[in-house]
Design a protein around this ligand. Structure first.
Ligand SMILES: [Zn+2]
Length: 283
């Protein structure tokens, strides 16, 4: 039996990315034309073509404005989970803020017809050692898995020494499973290969080899992408060279790379992958 690898999409607009915060302040969001459907159409048709399933981590803000996309994901057999309400960092929200942010997102997802989410991914991997209290809140609210820890060394996020594979996090309110996006040890350091700018920047073979390596060992990979990464025509923000590079590098490569992965390996949503690997009890 082949390994069921996990693939996920964080459903947000190009103008909601933390990297471009200064260009697109929150109070302007409702005035900016949505480009969500461009990426979502590409993603849903690629998944359908390769008979794959995925997890869609929706922002509550998006679910409120585009319940039709929540429904289309559900109708196509995909999992819908929570990416928080409007992309605030966990350390800016604080514990009480996280509770209301989760509540608001759960309500938006449920109003759009989704079952109560079981999985969570924090905005911008802001679940770190200093916001680890969020794990207790997630367990209390009935979440069974989290995919917010990034086991890499990075100036603002990540837990460099965290278990890079699937692990169990014990909290006062019970335990939940952590399923971090995939990293690969290169020159002694864990480097992200599971998504983001790296997915588009690295040679495609490096990503596929990382997944193949996990596949041989029977360990599921965890890949994450965003709809805006499938939209090379999106408006260009005037920002620093390094921020622009991270956001715009290789946008034309995302779709062919996704298709190459989907054609080579079996992909499902995170919950299904965790159940298949025996790390999570079926619902
Ligand atoms: Zn995000």
């Amino acid at each position: 039996m082949s390994t069921k690898h996990a693939i996920s999409f964080d459903v947000e607009e190009y103008y909601q990315v933390a990297n471009l915060r200064l260009n697109y302040p929150k109070q302007d969001w409702d005035e900016i034309p949505s480009r969500l459907s461009i990426g979502m159409e590409h993603i849903l048709s690629a998944l359908k073509k390769h008979n794959a399933r995925a997890t869609f981590f929706f922002l509550g803000w998006i679910a409120e404005r585009h319940p039709d996309w929540v429904k289309r994901c559900l109708d196509a057999g995909h999992e819908v989970a929570s990416h928080g309400y409007d992309h605030d960092f966990l350390w800016d929200l604080g514990p009480e803020g996280v509770v209301s942010d989760l509540e608001r997102t759960e309500a938006a997802l449920e109003a759009a017809g989704a079952p109560r989410p079981r999985g969570f991914r924090a905005s911008t991997f802001t679940l770190t050692r200093k916001t680890f209290w969020a794990m207790d809140i997630l367990a209390e609210r009935g979440y069974t898995y989290d995919s917010s820890v990034h086991p890499v060394r990075h100036p603002t996020y990540g837990i460099a020494d965290f278990e890079p594979g699937i692990s169990v996090v014990k909290t006062e309110a019970g335990s939940l499973v952590e399923f971090p996006v995939s990293t690969r040890k290169i020159f002694g350091r864990n480097l992200p290969v599971g998504g983001g700018g790296y997915f588009r920047l690295y040679p495609g073979a490096l990503i596929r080899n990382a997944v193949a390596d996990l596949d041989r060992r029977g360990k599921p990979a965890c890949i994450y992408l965003h709809p805006w990464e499938f939209d090379p025509e999106q408006p260009r923000a005037k920002t620093s060279a390094s921020k622009a590079f991270r956001h715009y590098v290789g946008l034309r490569k995302t779709l062919p790379r996704l298709e190459a992965l989907l054609s080579k390996f079996e992909f499902v949503g995170l919950e299904e992958s965790l159940i298949a690997s025996g790390d999570l009890e079926p619902r």
